[in-house]
Design a protein. Structure first.
Length: 257
């Protein structure tokens, strides 16, 4: 029985996949970023600091900045990269939680039954949490927001309002499974006390193989690594912006440390 619950704990902690990805990206975002189809806004202390309309129309603190052709090209290159990378990190954050939730969901369904009252109750909690996480980052299909972040500790992307709820769901899930296992053992006359735990251990192993969890975590890690490299490349362009455009001398969205 100890082996079963040890395996369950390992699977359940997959909800915190971002912890496994921590310390892989020595990058900060010093400002909030809002992206929609018509513009990109850089938010500093609740106010729009930098705004780019279209490809290269630049505003600083509400005033339009006249740009030369090379400067417009730099603005276009940099903010096109921001448009690409912010949705990517939002996607990674959502995917990492989805993987963990789906693992726990599969475990519960496999042990309590897919249509059991326990499974349906927890499935509803999962669906509501996933929806709220998406709405935190996505105002619509083409609109994204991300607050200032330290990606050296990637799990901070989902910290705060969701952290305690995720922990509560895991705790409730484990409690549900423990109860289901206890009932299954007490109601079963066809298996010995040694056979019953082993049956559940085998079920856990089959679920883990089916989900190919290690492959999914590896894929997320690869995406984080690629994201980090792209931000570092954008940081070089950002330095060029600061050197070439006086109004952006103090601009420092991407901070490599």
């Amino acid at each position: 029985m100890y082996k079963f619950f040890r395996n369950l704990a390992l699977v359940s902690t997959s909800l915190f996949i971002p912890h496994a990805l921590a310390h892989q990206c020595d990058i900060n975002l010093n400002y909030g970023v809002i992206i929609d189809p018509t513009h990109v806004r850089i938010i500093d202390n609740g106010k729009t600091y930098v705004q780019v309309n279209g490809a290269s129309q630049l505003f600083i603190n509400g005033s339009e900045i006249e740009l030369s052709a090379p400067q417009r090209q730099l603005i276009k290159e940099y903010f096109s990269g921001i448009r690409s990378q912010i949705p990517e990190i939002v996607s990674i954050a959502i995917e990492s939680v989805d993987v963990g939730l789906n693992v726990v969901n599969k475990v519960i369904a496999g042990i309590t039954g897919e249509n059991s009252a326990s499974h349906q109750k927890l499935q509803k909690q999962f669906d509501e949490l996933q929806w709220r996480i998406r709405t935190r980052f996505n105002h619509s299909d083409n609109s994204f927001y991300i607050a200032p972040q330290d990606f050296d500790n990637f799990d901070d992307v989902l910290a705060g309002e969701f952290e305690e709820e995720i922990e509560a769901i895991i705790a409730n899930s484990i409690g549900t499974i423990v109860s289901a296992v206890g009932k299954a053992m007490s109601n079963s006359d066809s298996e010995s006390s040694e056979q019953r735990p082993n049956t559940h251990v085998n079920n856990m192993g089959n679920i883990s193989k089916e989900l190919k969890l290690n492959t999914k975590v590896s894929t997320i890690e690869s995406k984080v690594s690629a994201f980090c490299q792209q931000l570092k490349a954008l940081n070089i362009v950002e330095q060029q912006l600061s050197d070439d455009i006086n109004a952006l001398k103090s601009f420092n969205l991407i901070d490599k440390h």
